[in-house]
Design a protein around this ligand. Structure first.
Ligand code: ADP
Length: 288
């Protein structure tokens, strides 16, 4: 392929790098074209529960019988391998590409975390190196035919998320995760504007860490202000998908590698996540 690119003199005004870019774009389109629906999970900043929500939405979708892939491109905190107890699993590479790691629930999973020796690795990778690697990851993972690909995005609205959106053709939409606190809400406004700028449909906003599930009686207590995410969604004219309370069982489930929606399927947060997954399915499947 490189040989072709170097010797290509037939396309006026296109140098080898442009040609290579076109080939890569085609490969990317071809690979991603086998996946019916691509859902981004975004947040304005880290620590709001974005990866937890991405993993649990993917599991909730797969529990409905859909073929689901989960892709973690969050270089700064690739927590998906931990959340699904897949840490240290080897990624096999064939001539055709990388074989995704299979979770115990039959989901196909790929994460930058599988390629990093430790967290510090992410820090030393420079921007263009990260983007090049992510492009390869998107282009070369052998997802096969899938109904859904849930993508755990890097937080924020900087160059990295921007470059990744350009690499995901025909994305169905983004779910934006926020918390009730005002600071996070300012960030979510930026995420909404980001999606609008790059033409990604907004599937809705989830307010995570909203209220607290009492470990004794399991009822939800409103410790802090809640409803900010809902107000924000209304003002910004985007759908509000639901509130997930702080539930110590989410942390336990995350630590044990068994996703909350399967480990505690009757818990309030798990029920809401299941409803959100169904709502997303209805939205994207009626559009296609
Ligand atoms: P992000 O991807 O936004 O950086 P994570 O998904 O890694 O955030 O979550 C950060 C921490 O918060 C994790 O320890 C996770 O278990 C915990 N967490 C997320 N959502 C909840 C929740 N609703 N209740 C309790 N703990 C939560």
């Amino acid at each position: 392929m490189e040989e072709d690119a170097k010797s290509c003199g037939g396309c006026a005004g296109t140098g080898p790098s442009k040609f290579q870019e076109m080939v890569e774009q085609e490969e990317l389109k071809d690979r991603m074209g086998k996946i019916k629906h691509k859902i981004l999970v975004m947040s304005g900043k880290g620590g709001v529960g974005k990866s937890t929500i991405a993993a649990n939405l993917a599991v909730a979708l797969s529990k409905t019988g859909k073929a689901v892939g989960l892709l973690d491109v969050d270089f700064h905190g690739p927590s998906i391998p931990t959340l699904l107890r897949l840490e240290g699993k080897p990624v096999y590479q064939t001539e055709e590409g990388f074989i995704p790691v299979e979770s115990s629930l039959g989901m196909k999973v790929m994460s930058v975390g599988f390629f990093l020796r430790d967290q510090d690795d992410a820090v030393v990778w420079r921007g263009p190196m990260k983007i090049g690697f992510l492009k390869q990851l998107l282009k070369d993972v052998l997802w096969g035919e899938q109904d859904y690909l849930v993508i755990d995005f890097p937080p924020g609205t900087g160059d990295e998320p921007l470059s990744i959106t350009q690499m995901i053709p025909e994305c169905d939409g983004a779910v934006i995760v926020t918390t009730p606190q005002n600071l996070a809400l300012n960030d979510v406004r930026k995420s909404i504007n980001f999606c609008r700028r790059v033409n990604i449909p907004i599937l809705g906003v989830i307010e995570n860490l909203s209220g607290f599930v009492c470990p004794h009686c399991q009822s939800v207590v409103d410790l802090f202000k809640k409803g900010g995410g809902e107000d924000m969604a209304r003002k910004m004219e985007v759908p509000f998908l639901g509130r997930i309370p702080i539930d110590p069982r989410i942390v336990e489930a995350s630590d044990s590698g068994e996703p909350y929606v399967s480990a505690c399927d009757n818990a309030e947060g798990a029920v809401i996540l299941g409803k959100i997954a169904k709502h997303i399915m209805d939205t994207v499947e009626t559009k296609s």
